[in-house]
Design a protein around this ligand. Structure first.
Ligand SMILES: *Cc1c(COP(=O)(O)O)cnc(C)c1O
Length: 337
């Protein structure tokens, strides 16, 4: 199958599996796993942060970060497209007793500073106290401009808010901009970085941030059941990926752009290839075509996510020739539709 549903579908390569099998391990709940410690330190160093903490998932890492920044009944401001707002099963409210304040994302994925300013609550017993601003980069494949990140961080400091980045795909953003990831991450108090997406690991997210925040997040991780034991086998995959799978993200971006250019030539598809910045392609088609097209593609060995727009994500396990196969399958469907 050519699986374009997400970049989470990658399988660990033979070399990554070897690195995992060879990992030196210990009990990480006691802080004894040398490979986990190396991964945490390495990511803290790469991102210009004081400390790191290994999590089984990005959902748990984001939630632990929110719980570290905020106390019960506090409010966090987040994009209405934000993963922690709409795609983490309301965990911040269910488990963190936190109150989200969603702000509509701008077309480039950012949150307008004037809208943020209007959302910050005055010190008044009617309101949940606003404590935190959450940004996401990439946001549905779009890269936040560096100048915007600097302004947003200054804004947060000026208003005494913490600032967290859901950087599940921050390495995609850095590779796209041609800068080291630290140029993005150093502006935040905490950053969540997924290893199990474009970087190709089977499991894992690292939260990096200020030492005091990471200490609080470690307690939250324990509450959430995320303390793992000989997790070095998983961390080894992360260390391998940081060495071998970061620069190659550029190939995923090229494949996504080629895919977008091919699909945009099909008359029944609404898609501007210039909007494709990293590894995600969103294509608009008439609603009556969505299910028959998905079925046709599945017959041809191609999986996509359907919704208001089709989502196609490129990754490590999508070959250069697969892009042509996918474009041809779309063409074949619309020729006979
Ligand atoms: C995937 C993702 C997460 C959550 O990661 P999981 O490991 O799937 O829990 C968080 N934020 C963003 C932007 C993501 O894409």
């Amino acid at each position: 199958m050519i699986d374009l549903r997400s970049d989470t579908v990658t399988r660990p390569t033979a070399a990554m599996r070897q690195a995992m099998a060879a990992a030196e391990v210990g009990d990480d709940v006691f802080g004894d796993d040398p490979t986990v410690n190396r991964l945490q330190d390495r990511l803290a160093e790469l991102t210009g942060q004081e400390a790191g903490l290994f999590f089984p998932s990005g959902t748990q890492s984001n939630l632990a970060a929110l719980m570290a920044h905020c106390g019960r009944g506090d409010e966090f401001i987040i994009g209405s497209l934000g993963h922690s707002f709409g795609h983490e099963a309301g965990g911040a409210a269910v488990l963190g007793s936190l109150w989200p304040c969603p702000i509509e994302n701008e077309a480039d994925g950012s949150l307008a500073l004037d809208k943020l300013a209007a959302a910050i609550k005055p010190d008044d017993a009617h309101f949940a106290p606003t404590r935190l601003l959450v940004l996401e980069n990439t946001q549905n494949g779009r890269v936040l401009p560096l100048a915007y990140i600097r302004e947003a961080a200054e804004f947060a400091r000026r208003h005494q808010l913490g600032i967290h980045l859901d950087g599940a795909r921050a390495f995609n953003a850095a590779v796209k901009l041609g800068v080291p990831v630290i140029d993005i991450t150093r502006h935040f108090d905490s950053v969540s970085l997924c290893l199990s997406k474009g970087l190709g690991c089977p499991v894992g997210t690292v939260l990096v941030g200020k030492r005091e925040l990471i200490r609080k997040a470690q307690r939250a991780r324990k509450i959430l059941g995320g303390g793992m034991r000989q997790a070095g086998m998983l961390a080894a995959a992360g260390l391998y990926a940081l060495e071998h799978h970061v620069q190659r993200l550029a190939e995923d971006h090229t494949k996504a752009r080629q895919l977008a250019e091919g699909l945009a030539q099909i008359q029944q598809i609404q898609l501007d290839p210039a909007t494709v910045q990293t590894n995600m392609v969103f294509a608009g088609i008439a609603p009556q075509h969505v299910q028959p097209l998905a079925a046709h593609l599945k017959n041809a060995g191609i999986l996509i996510l359907t919704g208001a727009n089709l989502r196609l994500v490129t990754h490590l396990d999508v070959g250069a020739r697969d892009v042509d196969t996918v474009i041809a399958a779309f063409r074949a469907y619309f020729r006979s539709a």
